[in-house]
Every structure is written in structure tokens, then in C-alpha cells.
Design a protein around this ligand. Structure first.
Ligand SMILES: Cc1ncc(COP(=O)(O)O)c(C=O)c1O
Length: 379
């Protein structure tokens, strides 16, 4: 039996649907900013939600074994990662609140690389903890962790290293050797590693390695964070969870995260359908996104030869530096002159860069490129 084909070119009107992405600036702008995709969720997710909603009763929820069994199986099949029992998993309301809570474990400063996902930098700071920002090494738009600079930047009261893998916004998928170096660095400085792996299901090249599988230190000193938000485009109905093998760290995380509250039925139901029934959908999604990545990268290079365009191994977020076209050619320039809403790289610690969300129908990318070209021509 041949597999069902899913249509990612299907246009869905998202205006006036209380969509942050589309309704914040409204119909005059093409929104290619926040990491939210313009695709319908997998049919299995919709079906499972419908069935639960039809039941019509929403009392206090008891999450049974199913979600934990499904997640354990997924990690084994997708990553060869063993989660021996459900006590390693804590369902959380989102990755961002978990990033904030984790910074209070150990009570000290945190350190991370920039550019980086704005809330990975901001959530620990909002929880009252200083974040030391260390630039990634950028060699001709190929980014890597600069361990020498990290060694110089770290202080005695630094307690947590925040890793973003796959890396948003530069799109790297760190190799085993790089992750091993992270673990060794953390061991040398007795750091807890908080690894944000939000984008791990959207991999174009390389292999995603969950941080807790790297070695014994990584297993015993880490909080690794996941959600199905990016994979199934359910950022407003996510199943987010932390994998924490160390019992003491789990206890402290749950104590500090008391305000997380309990799991919610629709999020868990959507999560079960994501991780047990949407593998083929994910395969086709990645194929579509890879096509968009290749198209966008080559068109950007062709139409804007002076722009700097890193090659993405993961994520549907293209990082681009347009400064060679003028110091002010940034996200605000394109908003004013091309009516396109991109994310401003400054939010990520990447002055002058813009971030283009290409998880949309291909013709929106064609439209965006045409409007950008015209804006640059008139500049
Ligand atoms: C690196 C990273 N972490 C976390 C999040 C937020 O994840 P969630 O909404 O699944 O909690 C995002 C969203 O864009 C992200 O890019």
C-alpha cells in the first residue's frame, strides 16, 4: 500500500484567526518571522483531538502511561536513545518556562553562545540570573562553539551552560565530537547543561544526538528540553517535556517548577498522535522544507550576491546578513520598504542579521524575494 501524500502547498487563510504570526501586523505584510509554520497539522493529530473533544467532558486530567510509552519508543527508534522509565520525563507547559526554572538550579550565573534563540537568553535573565554571552566562532558563515573564548568568559559562580542544538538561528546540528567537548567543558567547570532541542525533528543534514546520551557526565548533569511544536506545527498546543536522568536534579526542577501545574488533556492527546502516528507526515514535511531551504538559499545568493547566507543543517529559519547593502538594510528596512515581517537578528544577539521563516508555501517565498529585490533596487 502506498503512503498517503500530504499537501504542504495547500493555502490556508490565517488572517483574522487570532494568529500571532499573521494578525500582529495584518494583511498588508507578508509575515515570515516567528517560528510557526503555515501548514495544517498532521491528520492523526486532528482526528485524535476531535475524538477527545466529542467526549465533551474536561475534568482534572490523569496522564496515563501511553504518552510516556510513546515518547520512550520514539527516542529509541529515532535516536537510539534509551529512556529506561518515565521518571526521566517531566511534561512542562513549554520549553521557555523550563529554560527559566532551570537557571535557578545551583543558584548562579549562566553562560551561552550568541547568536541564540532570544528566549533562551532572556528566560534565565527574567528569572533573575545573569547570562554570560559568548560569540560563536564564525568562519565564513560556518558557525561552531569557541571553547577557548568560553574558558576565558566563565566565572567561578557560573553554574549552567545553555546549549541550543540544533542551533537557532545559525542552523547547525552539532556533531558527537562537538557535544563531547561541551560535556567535557561542563565537567571541568561543574556545570549543569540545559540543552534546548526544540528543532531536533527538522534535520536536513547530520544526525541529531540528544545531549543526555553523550556520556556519563552529560547523562547525570543535564536537563534536555523538547516539544512537538516545530515538528507538527502545534506551538499553541504543544507537548513540551524535559528529560532529566538524574533523580536529584529532577526533584529540584519539579520543586522549583511547582507553578508549572499539571498536564492538559488536549496537549497530551496531540502529543500522542505526534509521536506515534505522524512519522510519514514528518518525512514529507522535511522533504518540503528542504526544497524551500535549497530554493531560498540559492535565490538569496543569486539575487543578493553581497549577502551572507549560512547553509542550514536544521531549522526552517534562514539567517542572513544584508549589511553589505548598507548599514540600515535590516528587518526594519524590509518591513518599511518591502512590507515583509522578518525577525530582527538583534533580538538574538546578531546585529545586522535578519531571520527568514521559510515554513510556508513556496509561492510566499517567491513573493518575498521579488519584494526584497525591488526594495534593494530602489535603495
Ligand atoms: C530554540 C527554541 N527553543 C524553544 C522554543 C519555544 O519552544 P516551545 O514553543 O515549543 O516551547 C523555540 C521557538 O521558536 C525555539 O526556537
Amino acid at each position: 500500500m502506498s503512503a498517503e501524500t500530504f499537501d504542504f502547498d495547500k493555502k490556508i487563510n490565517r488572517l483574522n484567526t487570532s494568529s500571532l504570526k499573521w494578525d500582529l501586523l495584518g494583511a498588508d505584510y507578508l509575515p515570515l518571522w516567528v517560528a510557526d509554520a503555515d501548514f495544517e497539522v498532521p491528520p492523526a493529530v486532528t482526528e485524535r483531538l476531535k475524538k477527545r473533544i466529542e467526549h465533551g467532558v474536561f475534568g482534572y486530567y490523569l496522564a496515563g502511561n501511553e504518552i510516556y510509552d510513546v515518547l520512550t519508543k520514539w527516542f529509541l527508534e529515532e535516536y537510539g536513545a534509551v529512556i529506561p522509565n518515565s521518571s526521566w520525563i517531566k511534561i512542562v507547559p513549554g520549553i521557555v518556562p523550563a529554560l527559566a526554572v532551570a537557571s535557578n538550579i545551583g543558584g548562579g550565573k549562566s553562560v551561552t553562545n550568541i547568536p541564540n534563540y532570544c528566549n533562551l537568553i532572556g528566560a534565565p535573565e527574567s528569572a533573575g540570573n545573569e547570562m554570560i554571552r559568548v560569540p560563536l566562532k564564525n568562519e565564513d558563515e560556518y558557525y561552531s562553539i569557541d571553547f577557548d573564548t568560553l574558558e576565558d568568559a566563565i566565572t567561578e559562580d557560573t553554574k549552567v551552560f545553555y546549549l541550543c542544538n540544533p542551533q537557532n538561528p545559525v542552523g547547525r546540528v552539532y556533531s558527537y565530537e562537538e557535544l563531547k567537548q561541551v560535556s567535557e567543558f561542563a565537567k571541568r567547570h561543574e556545570l549543569l547543561v540545559v540543552s534546548d532541542e526544540a528543532h531536533c525533528e527538522v534535520i536536513f543534514e547530520g544526525k541529531h544526538i540528544p545531549f543526555f546520551t553523550v556520556d556519563d557526565y552529560a547523562r547525570d548533569h543535564s536537563i534536555t528540553l523538547y516539544s512537538n511544536g516545530k515538528m507538527c506545527n502545534v506551538p499553541d498546543l504543544i507537548l513540551a517535556f524535559a528529560v532529566i536522568p538524574n533523580r536529584e536534579i529532577m526533584k529540584e526542577f519539579c520543586r522549583l517548577g511547582y507553578a508549572f501545574g499539571e498536564e492538559h488533556v488536549l496537549n497530551v492527546e496531540a502529543g500522542i498522535a505526534t509521536y506515534s502516528e505522524s512519522k510519514e507526515w514528518k518525512r514529507q514535511l522535511i522533504e518540503y522544507l528542504k526544497g524551500n531551504r535549497d530554493y531560498l538559499e540559492s535565490e538569496l545568493k543569486k539575487r543578493f550576491p553581497k549577502a551572507k547566507v549560512p547553509h542550514l543543517e536544521s531549522t526552517y529559519l534562514q539567517w542572513v546578513d544584508f549589511r553589505a547593502y548598507g548599514e540600515n538594510v535590516d528587518a526594519h528596512f524590509f518591513k518599511r520598504n518591502a512590507k515583509i515581517f522578518f525577525t530582527d537578528g538583534k533580538l538574538f544577539g546578531g546585529e545586522g542579521y535578519i531571520r527568514i521563516n521559510f515554513a510556508t508555501q513556496r509561492d510566499n517565498l517567491v513573493l518575498a524575494l521579488d519584494r526584497m529585490e525591488e526594495a534593494i533596487r530602489l535603495h
